[in-house]
Design a protein around this ligand. Structure first.
Ligand code: NOJ
Length: 507
């Protein structure tokens, strides 16, 4: 008996040891953090920057923002290049994803006039990062559209794809000698559904049921044009890769019934399929089931055409396959039911054209954001779905993170629990052979959380928004993240000494 017990103990120990050894992030797996221009830069009208739709919204409609705040100063990153890169070095980041402010580079939105001071800011940032071996990953557009372009219809105007292509050319020309990872557009769902179809993001058009689809088509064509421009005119010389980032959360059926499975699939199509299908599916075009539903509804509503626009054959081919990788912003998960009544807590809003129920188990921990809970294994669930559906693309998780209220301070064990769980799920993806090449935590530092203002904090570093210099202080989660980057494993028992943050040798 004793012998068998001892043998059992040995087997458990060895397998735990070998699992631990296997569960290592590969050296070429890029671990980093992410931010976006309007959320951190500030300097909203300095050195020739033009007005964008978030400047316009926060200045003209302050009641739309929960705490009436603006991104005028935000985390003051425009004046903090060295400190921002110092934080990246403290963490030991492989990669840092940030976005360019279109109206800082092209004040009117058009490519006739380049603001050299804006180009210079990004050059300083990129060069400072490269000095310390940190890979820049740049998003061309993270929601801060030049206001003049919005006045011309923004992404409801088909010409937006040409304006975006012109802007992309300026960007590749100025930074492409040093930047090899490009993301054209961040989260089309949030741009189109939240900004054009409803009132959750600028330009809060609330053009329900028309705006979302019109925007979706034009955003996808804009992305595709910028992608092909890179491929045709820059890739040979510069040797980088270009993709898009789409928000994809996990949707799992509430029960195993056929109806709940069907409702879940429909929900996925409405949430991310609308944007992913035209690029990553074999046939291209918008998701078929959604197209049928909207066409039928439009006819019943008396429209002479379907509210969901068609792609011409040429447009469909332009968009199909137009991405070197699938950037995924992933935060949370939901259970979906065919029964609408199941819905309990408020949740991320769903396209009005689909009616399904939504359920979040009470035991899933809640963050400071109403839509964000810790949903177990949600990264693995989402990426295995996307891998199968879209024929095994290369993935980056370009955002993943947890919010806390401003009063929470520096001891953020809830955020640590979230990141450890998320990164275990990332390792499950790698074990399963998913071609996931990187992971970026949202966010390097606290920032302007859109219509929630500064009431929700996502930073590994806390920013003091009451101090004009916006000093940054590492939270406990920053120390834990640093240790994961250093060791390339997740040690659930690691308790950091949070008194002094240092820069390790080689960073
Ligand atoms: C995704 C967006 O890209 C980012 O701007 C936002 O702050 C985070 N989600 C958190 O809501």
């Amino acid at each position: 008996m004793k012998f068998f017990l001892a043998l059992g103990f040995l087997v458990v120990c060895c397998s735990a040891l070998s699992t631990k050894q296997q569960r290592r992030f590969p050296d070429d797996f890029l671990i980093g953090t992410a931010t976006a221009s309007y959320q951190i830069e500030g300097a909203w009208n300095e050195d020739g920057k033009g007005e964008n739709i978030w400047d316009y919204l926060t200045h003209n409609n302050p009641a739309a923002v929960k705490d009436g705040s603006t991104g005028d100063i935000a985390a003051n990153s425009y004046h903090n290049v060295e400190r921002d890169v110092e934080m990246m070095r403290e963490l030991g980041l492989d990669v840092y994803r940030f976005s360019l402010s279109w109206s800082r580079i092209l004040p009117s939105g058009f490519a006739n006039e380049i603001n050299e001071a804006g180009v210079d800011y990004y050059n300083r940032l990129i060069n400072e990062m490269l000095k310390y071996g940190i890979t820049p990953m740049i998003t061309l557009f993270h929601w801060d559209l030049p206001q003049k372009l919005q006045e011309l219809g923004g992404f409801a105007n088909p010409l937006a794809s040409i304006w975006f292509e012109d802007y992309a050319r300026v960007v590749y020309t100025n930074f492409g000698d040093r930047v090899k990872h490009w993301i054209t557009i961040n989260e089309p769902r949030e741009i189109c559904y939240e900004g054009y179809g409803s009132v959750h993001k600028a330009p809060i058009l609330n053009a329900t049921a028309i705006g979302t689809y019109l925007c979706a088509k034009n955003v996808l064509i804009a992305h595709a044009k910028a992608y092909h421009l890179y491929n045709n005119e820059f890739k040979d010389k510069q040797g980088g890769q270009c993709g898009i980032t789409i928000s994809a959360n996990s949707f799992r059926p509430f029960t195993d019934s056929e109806e709940d499975h069907a409702a879940t699939e429909l929900r996925r199509q409405a949430e991310f399929g609308l944007y992913a299908e035209p690029i990553f599916s074999e046939e291209g075009g918008f998701p078929k089931e959604l197209v049928e539903i909207v066409a039928e509804k439009s006819a019943k509503e008396g429209y002479p055409w379907s509210r969901i626009p068609e792609f011409t054959d040429e447009e469909r081919e332009l968009v199909r396959g137009a991405s070197d990788f699938f950037g995924v912003n992933h935060y949370t998960g939901f259970l979906v039911s065919a029964n609408e009544q199941i819905s309990d807590r408020p949740t991320i809003p769903i396209l009005p054209d689909i009616t399904v129920g939504n359920y979040i188990p009470p035991e899933w921990p809640q963050s400071a954001s109403y839509w964000l809970t810790l949903s177990p294994d949600s990264i693995y669930d989402t990426l295995t779905y996307l891998q199968k559906r879209y024929n095994d693309p290369i993935f980056y998780i370009t955002e993943n993170g947890w919010s806390s209220p401003p009063t929470n301070g520096l001891l953020d064990d809830d955020r640590i629990r979230y990141y450890r769980a998320a990164l275990e799920s990332v390792l499950d993806c790698l074990d399963a052979g998913i071609r996931l090449k990187g992971y970026m935590a949202w966010s390097l530092m606290d920032n302007f959380e859109w219509l929630e203002g500064y009431t929700e904090r996502f930073g590994l570093y806390e920013v003091d928004f009451s101090d004009p210099a916006r000093p940054r202080t590492p939270r406990k989660s920053a120390f834990v993240y640093k240790e994961i980057l250093r060791s390339r494993v997740i040690d659930h028992d690691y308790e950091p000494n949070t008194t002094v943050m240092t820069i390790d040798e080689g960073h």
